[in-house]
Design a protein around this ligand. Structure first.
Ligand code: GLC
Length: 443
């Protein structure tokens, strides 16, 4: 098994559970056209708050339904945006008025969410934006934020003190780590240092803008076990790498060493609720994304952007149901699994996952093979003499194993060393599941 870089947090449950729900929920749900709309359309605080803060009223919000949908999909943890870049807080923070309790929602939305997910045995994660486009002391820079191109930027920055913003950030993180029971994941987003001068907060935001080192100390004091992401601009101390909106081509490494990693992905491109986006991924694509992540030793954090009325929309629910339908029969090829040990080669159009505790190998067949009468072969290179028994995972039906055949003159059965290969014979008709999986009991 590949050893990952040792980090301070508790990664053991994380690399077992593999699958989590990301939730982006804030005022931008009303705009319904990307959580960055305030930045993208350069909307002033006044206009933004007049339109959205004053109208935020999620009357259909029932976090039990959210937790049910997530747990039904096989997810084991969730990460909620306690505050996104817009600065709006879902909980009743002592340090700001810019919070759910002061909108027509008139209540803390975070606590009931945490309770609902915990009651389904799901772990709790907080995403917290270090970027803040609302706080009066956040120094306006020319890189991002609604005021980035304002002609009177210098004027707007008069009296702003980034240090005071950092105090606010630290105080809020303290609240989050002390008022909601055990928090398992802390997911900060994000630093964008101005390389020539990391101390110039008007050009970018480095670890100096957040006083990351001091913040880090406090976090480890309050929650030594916590899984921390890698976006505080600190070289060490993080527990996971967080590739965003792409699938790494192999196990993510840092200085050549494999690390714990979690890919975060959306259903459709936007993180916040986006009504008109047409680029929704299919259930099959999402299941393959999960399989692909685990086959490379990683996790998948899949995002839902609930609506302004507090619901998961039907497109998200449809996909979560579809994933859950697959997970019901195939989750043991995901939980506790990781990349296959060296030497085992994934067959054509397949991914391998491996559970080192049960010593079972899973062949996820992304494209069903053809050929033969009654059965078709899947060629497994590197498996000769190593498999005890094979079955389809969806129904536990036995699959026959055979040695490779050599079709003289008609190409070879396998392009690599044949002495190393076996064939597993599968029915020519694809099982009626989104991605069929072959379970191999290894010797
Ligand atoms: C980004 C975006 C953001 C999203 C996040 C999730 O960096 O700023 O809107 O919350 O990634 O990873």
């Amino acid at each position: 098994m590949l050893e990952t870089l040792k980090t301070p947090g508790d990664t053991s449950w994380f690399t077992h559970d593999r699958f989590g729900l990301f939730i982006h929920w804030g005022l931008y749900a009303l705009g319904a056209r990307h959580e960055w709309l305030k930045n993208n359309e350069k909307i002033t605080n006044e206009v933004y708050d007049e339109k959205y803060f004053k109208r935020f009223d999620p009357d259909l919000y029932d976090p039990n339904l959210w937790a049910k949908a997530a747990s039904g999909a096989g997810m084991k943890y969730f990460v909620i945006t306690t505050k996104h870049h817009e600065g709006f807080c879902l909980w009743d923070s002592k340090h700001t008025d810019y919070k759910a309790t002061n909108t027509p929602a008139k209540r803390d939305l975070l606590s009931p969410m945490v309770d609902a997910f915990r009651s389904r045995d799901m772990r709790v994660g907080f995403y917290h934006s270090v970027i803040d486009w609302h706080h009066p002391h956040y120094v306006i820079d020319d890189r991002i934020g609604p005021y980035r191109t304002a002609e009177n930027k210098d004027e707007l920055n008069k009296g702003r003190d980034q240090n005071k913003y950092a105090d606010y950030l630290h105080a809020q993180v303290r609240e989050l780590l002390t008022q909601f029971g055990k928090v398992d994941v802390l997911w900060f987003d994000f630093s964008y240092p101005f390389k020539d001068n990391p101390a110039d907060h008007t050009r970018g935001k480095s670890k100096l803008a957040w006083r990351s080192e001091e913040l880090y100390k406090m976090i480890r004091e309050l929650a030594p076990h916590i899984m921390l992401d890698d976006r505080l601009d600190l070289p060490d101390g993080w527990d996971m790498k967080t590739p965003e909106q792409f699938q790494p081509r192999e196990w993510v490494t840092v200085n050549g060493q494999p690390v714990v990693w979690e890919g975060c992905q959306t259903f459709s491109g936007s993180w916040g609720y986006h009504r008109d986006e047409q680029s929704w991924k299919s259930t099959e694509q999402l299941i393959i994304m999960l399989i692909d992540s685990v086959s490379k030793g990683g996790n998948l954090l899949l995002n839902v952007g609930p609506t302004a009325r507090g619901e998961f929309d039907e497109r998200a629910l449809e996909r979560l149901n579809g994933i859950g339908e697959w997970m019901r029969r195939h989750s043991r090829s995901i939980y506790g699994c990781t990349q296959a040990p060296a030497g085992f080669k994934a067959p054509q159009d397949c991914r391998l996952t491996y559970n080192p505790t049960t010593k079972r190998m899973y062949v996820h067949v992304l494209s069903w093979p053809f050929g033969g009468t009654g059965t078709a072969p899947i060629h497994l290179d590197g498996f000769r003499g190593k498999v005890d028994y094979a079955q389809l995972l969806n129904d536990g039906s036995e699959l026959m194993m055979r040695d490779p055949v050599n079709h003289h003159g008609a190409g070879t059965a396998s392009s690599t060393s044949e002495e190393d290969s076996i064939r597993v014979m599968v029915p020519i008709r694809k099982p009626n599941v989104t991605v069929p999986v072959i379970e191999l009991f290894m010797k």
